[in-house]
Each structure stands twice: as structure tokens, then as C-alpha cells.
Design a protein around this ligand. Structure first.
Ligand code: F6P
Length: 321
């Protein structure tokens, strides 16, 4: 192994920069040349690849977003696109690639490895935390804290006006963010795709709380809930019970901001672990942290295995309201 490249792909996640920094500096300290790829796989196809030195990653640890930029590339899904991408790596004799992203990004990495023999390591980075093989993904903790801070503020105005609020958090296919945010914010109900959302039961509970003098409520809903997004849930609740609500969609605000201490530590450990895996000649894999220890799993586990929600948190998601 003589030269490696780094790219960030899919939705950005706070802590990606800390991960890039750790990867670059660990690789340079190990005598490797390092290249940065701009705009994920699209940049690989378009040859947006430049050498990186230690100074290029100065003063980025605390910044959200990704200095390498990110993209979702359609062209990379085609064989022609991947041929161009591999050629751009080969002409620089880059033999290892570190990919920060989610399961879609790891599929792309796996294709590069399978078709062209490029050694790839995936670093789980998505605010959704929905990747099997790592207890946490880079960005999740920051997103949860950002959402919590926002909901604490919503709580003030909900209480002042005796209102029902429905707050939507991110999580296209998974309720990890909603579950932690809902519990942390003391939400009266938490609606996630992994559990059945029972609109009539929710209406009954909100009404019975009103009768006992609880005049405001907050429902936290994951954007991927099977009953729909926050606006759809609000309509269903009103149609069923006449209860009116206000909707707040937190959206992309959850993807930005300075990473928390946990995300900085996680990203730094995983950036280091990715380089170690390349130096060890490990088979293409995803690095993760499980029970506090660095782990390696085949990339395909990221999309073939389903990460389960913490059962205790699911239990706590009702009954504490
Ligand atoms: O990165 C994950 C995520 O933030 C999901 O929670 C969300 O559904 C999706 O990305 C939004 O993607 P985009 O920024 O491309 O609209």
C-alpha cells in the first residue's frame, strides 16, 4: 500500500471532517501518500482528485459538513462511470480508498473492489445511525443534540399556548433519531417506522391527558413513519379527533453544526481504524465501534443486515409521558 484516496459520499454528517483529518494524518504518519476526492463518486469519475497534506486538514475538526463535499452520483451506478472512476485512481497508483458514507456509498465501494480490485474501507457516517456493524455512526449524536435543543424551544411555546405540536425529525427508513430525541425531549408520543403507529390510540391518549390537565403535548415523528410525515399525521389526527396541532419539520438543520465530543471521538477513532485496516491488508470492510472496541465487517453486511433499535429505549418510548 503506497497511496490512498478519501471521499465522502451520500448525506453529509457532522464529524466527517474530524474523520478526514484522522485518516489523512494517520496515513501520512505511516508513510502513505494521500489524495482527497471532491464530491464523492461523481468527483472520482470527473477526476477531481488532489494530493492532501497535513495542513489541508488543519482547523477542520470542529466544523460540520465535509471539506471534500458530497454528492449522490447516478453516473457511478453505471459500468461506464465506474470504469472512469477506477482509471482515475489507477493512473495515480492509488491502491486504497476510504469511503465515509452510508450503506448506499458502501455498495459503490464494494463494486469498485469487485470489478477493479481497488481496496476499499467504509467508515459509517450518517446522522440516521442505521448501519449494522457499528453501535453508532458518525453524525448521529450531533443530530440528536441539535434536534433536542430545538424541541426544548418548541416545548416552551407549546406550553405557553396549550398546544399540540408534531415535530418531524430525519430518518428516512429508521427511527433511531426519533427514538433518542423523543425520549430525551420527554415527548408524549414517539412515532417511528419500526413500531405500529396507531392514530386512534394516539388521539385517545392526547385527549385523556387534556382531561387530567396536561394542556400541551409534543409528538416526535420520524420522517419515514408508515403513517406519513408530520403534516400527514397532523391531518389524520385532526380528521380522527378534531384535535388541531402545529407542525415543525426540523429537516436539514440536523445535518449541520459543529460535531459533539462523541462524534469527534468516534470519527477520529474510525479514521485511524480505516488506515490501519488498509495497512493490515484487510479484506474490503467497514470499520465500526462495538461495545467500545473497533470492529471490521464485510461491506455487504451494511445493507444485508438490519440494525435493531435498542429494546430498552423502545420500551421507554411509551409509559414515561
Ligand atoms: O443522510 C441521511 C438523511 O439525512 C436522511 O435522514 C434524510 O432522509 C436524507 O438524508 C435526506 O437526503 P437529501 O439531503 O439528499 O434530501
Amino acid at each position: 500500500m503506497k497511496a490512498i484516496a478519501i471521499l465522502t459520499s451520500g448525506g453529509d454528517a457532522p464529524g466527517m471532517n474530524a474523520g478526514i483529518r484522522a485518516t489523512v494524518r494517520t496515513a501520512l504518519a505511516s508513510g502513505l501518500s494521500v489524495y482527497g476526492v471532491k464530491r464523492g463518486y461523481q468527483g472520482l469519475i470527473e477526476d477531481s482528485i488532489s494530493p492532501m497534506c497535513s495542513k489541508d486538514v488543519s482547523n477542520i475538526l470542529q466544523r460540520g459538513g465535509t471539506i471534500l463535499h458530497s454528492a449522490r452520483s447516478e453516473e457511478f451506478r453505471t459500468e461506464e462511470g465506474r470504469i472512469k472512476a477506477a482509471a482515475n485512481l489507477n493512473k495515480r497508483r492509488i491502491d486504497g480508498l476510504v469511503v465515509f458514507g452510508g450503506d448506499g456509498s458502501f455498495r459503490g465501494a464494494n463494486d469498485l473492489q469487485r470489478e477493479f480490485g481497488i481496496r476499499v474501507i467504509g467508515v459509517p457516517s450518517t446522522i440516521d445511525n442505521d448501519i449494522w456493524g457499528s453501535d453508532f455512526t458518525i453524525g448521529f449524536d450531533t443530530a440528536v443534540n441539535t434536534a433536542l435543543e430545538a424541541i426544548d424551544k418548541v416545548r416552551d411555546t407549546a406550553a405557553a399556548h396549550d398546544r399540540l405540536f408534531i415535530v418531524e425529525v430525519m430518518g428516512r427508513h429508521a427511527g433511531f433519531i426519533a427514538l433518542e430525541v423523543g425520549i430525551g425531549a420527554g415527548a408524549e408520543e414517539i412515532l417511528i417506522p419500526e413500531t405500529v403507529t396507531d392514530i386512534p390510540a394516539i388521539c385517545r391518549k392526547v385527549k385523556s391527558r387534556l382531561e387530567t390537565g396536561k394542556t400541551s403535548s409534543i409528538l416526535v415523528v420520524a420522517e419515514g413513519d408508515e403513517e406519513g410525515n408530520a403534516y400527514e399525521i397532523a391531518q389524520k389526527i385532526e380528521a380522527h379527533s378534531g384535535l388541531k396541532s402545529r407542525v415543525t419539520v426540523l429537516g436539514h438543520v440536523q445535518r449541520g453544526g459543529s460535531p459533539t465530543a462523541s462524534d469527534r471521538m468516534l470519527a477520529t477513532k474510525l479514521g485511524y481504524a480505516a488506515v490501519q485496516a488498509l495497512l493490515d491488508d484487510a479484506a474490503p470492510c467497514m470499520v465500526g465501534v462495538e461495545d467500545g472496541l473497533i470492529s471490521r465487517h464485510p461491506l455487504a453486511d451494511a445493507w444485508t443486515r438490519k440494525k435493531e433499535l435498542d429494546k430498552l429505549l423502545v420500551k421507554l418510548s411509551s409509559g414515561l409521558e
